[in-house]
Design a binder for this molecule. Sequence first.
Ligand SMILES: Nc1ncnc2c1ncn2[C@@H]1O[C@H](COP(=O)(O)OP(=O)(O)O)[C@@H](O)[C@H]1O
Ligand SMILES: [Mg+2]
Length: 254
Amino acid sequence: MHTPDASPDAAHGLRRIRHPNPVRAIAVASGKGGVGKTNVTANLAISLRKLGKKVMIVDADLGLSNIDVLLHLAPKHIIQNLLNGDMPLKDILIEGPHGIKILPAGSGVQELTSLGQHEKLKLLDELDMLKEQFDIMIVDTEAGISENVTYFTVAGNLASLTESARELAYKHTVKADAIDEKVWSNDSARVYGILYDLKGNTASAVQFYMTDSTRHYLRGSLYFTAQPNEDSLLPVITFLRDDIIRMIETLTWR
Ligand SMILES: Nc1ncnc2c1ncn2[C@@H]1O[C@H](COP(=O)(O)OP(=O)(O)O)[C@@H](O)[C@H]1O
Ligand SMILES: [Mg+2]
């Protein structure tokens, strides 16, 4: 008999759910670069370490100013060695100040935001094996909302672009009243659009489109790769929503 749950991926997931004391993961994120994520990551790690927590930093920012540079470390191996299957996680981790463990990333390689299913499982499996050694995992992320923000040129298609943005928002919910629409209109910057707040356990809680109505069209959605549970995600959603609003408020077209 065919049992869909018998796939190795589902088994992976079930094994993880059973762990009684999962490592607490904190992602440090922002819509813009250079706002202090890496510094927050380092300082948070050191503060938590001083409180007696066992801390691990995952460098998920493959840009130039990496956590290892900030902490004056010279990693020999990077997260890609793990993903390529060359090396186990424990051999890649390096030790930083106060015994903080760091999983370094290196620059200009594949984006961690676009890992395939197999690579994600491999990373999760390896992290699982070290779960007893850590209380907290801090993830220093790359700026931006990555592939969840899409740019279009209007080219006479304003109405259809707006219609598909609207469809994209409404397809996530069966109840129309579960969506708040906040209309945006800034004449001086020529930024017009709608911010959609989707209530409930939707796959995407915040979406928006912004346009100058003649040339530029920007559409974005906030997605989590976690189970969409509004109760537990709400603090993160609120925080990232503020970031999205700040991005919209400071948007300028070139
Ligand atoms: N709290 C702060 N006050 C002043 N400058 C800061 C602060 N946090 C970070 N910086 C500076 O801002 C720049 C970017 O910081 P960084 O942590 O690398 O940001 P991100 O990781 O978001 O790109 C660095 O030059 C850093 O020294
Ligand atoms: Mg950084």
